[in-house]
Design a protein. Structure first.
Length: 324
């Protein structure tokens, strides 16, 4: 069942190019967010494979709750692009998806798949994927000095680098994006994914940055971390902490979102916390809740004081994409 837009690499390769080159029959529906229609289309065409993000897959399962027989043709779900919740894996089992959920990991610049689970091999935990074998290589590293990276210890968290024939050659001239390649192990052709992870080598494989097959565990994005007071602060951790106290609005809107950036004028890190709902009426409780959970130094600010070390502001509604 094809529903992913062809202007995204996952949709283009998996539901456009793959059917054309292999002869697999594919049925298309125009919107991946119209879960009710997707369920009906799966039943109509007796689709055996569904490809989509965990959010889209979760929507399909929810839409079929009253008529689970509509999904009886599904044998396999392939997902990626965001964290795969355990609930989605359990729902696939509940609906009788024979081969379960395959979780892939990759980026547009890597065409896009770097590694993926395979049918018959159980997912050993949320965020784990089977690392691909050569010629694609994956390494977990840390920055030793500006622009140069070294391997981390086996099982240690670090930055995910990749290289191989599926990795692109660079951005076109004139783009504002920085050069995405870094130096590691004597080579300057390693692509910086911007993601954090750890490798757990199999007994028969090599450890660390070797080329043996291994389990890759995804652990977040570097862009979702900011350096504050010499420490790496997880923005999702702040969001989760606050969301445990201030739940979603009645319409299901998220009440909290965090972003971090460097205030260039003062050279200080700003953690911007966008908040809606009842927080407006109890700012002291807001600050105390963060502090009691080990997150200190966050205080109220106005628009003229964005150079504070950390801050938050209130907004009537968080902007959301169409899919959310």
């Amino acid at each position: 069942m094809g529903c992913l837009p062809p202007f995204h690499s996952f949709g283009w390769t998996a539901t456009t190019c793959a059917p054309l080159t292999t002869g697999i029959k594919v049925a298309y529906y125009v919107s991946p967010t119209d879960s009710k229609q997707l369920v009906l289309q799966i039943a109509k065409w007796q689709a055996s494979i569904f490809l989509g993000t965990p959010r889209f897959l979760s929507g399909v399962f929810a839409a079929a709750a009253r008529s689970p027989e509509l999904l009886k043709s599904l044998r396999l779900c392939v997902t990626g692009a965001e964290k795969l919740p355990n609930l989605v894996i359990e729902k696939a089992k509940e609906y009788g998806v024979e081969d379960g959920v395959i979780e892939g990991y990759g980026i547009t610049e890597t065409s896009p798949v770097l590694s993926v689970n395979v049918p018959g091999q159980p997912n050993e935990g949320v965020g784990s994927v089977i690392r691909t074998k050569p010629p694609t290589e994956v390494a977990i590293v840390k920055e030793e000095k500006a622009g140069k990276f070294v391997s981390v210890s086996p099982g240690e968290k670090g930055l995910i680098l990749a290289r191989g024939p599926s990795v692109f050659g660079g951005y076109l001239p004139g783009t504002t994006k920085k050069v995405p390649f870094v130096e590691y192990n004597g080579s300057k052709d390693w692509y910086d994914t911007g993601d954090l992870g750890r490798l757990e080598a199999k007994k028969e494989g090599k450890e660390g940055g070797g080329v043996g097959e291994a389990k890759l565990y995804l652990m977040g994005r570097t862009k979702r971390f900011v350096k504050y007071a010499g420490e790496m602060v997880s923005l999702p951790k702040i969001e989760k902490c606050l969301q445990s106290r201030w739940k979603a609005d009645s319409d299901g809107q998220a009440t909290i979102a965090c972003e971090g950036y460097e205030a260039t004028e003062e050279g200080k890190t700003v953690i911007s916390i966008l908040a809606v709902g009842s927080i407006r009426d109890d700012l002291k409780d807001f600050q105390n809740h963060l502090k009691s959970n080990g997150i200190d130094g966050v205080h109220s600010t106005n628009k003229t004081k964005w150079n504070q070390s950390s801050s938050f502001r209130l907004t009537p509604r968080l902007l959301r994409t169409h899919s959310t």
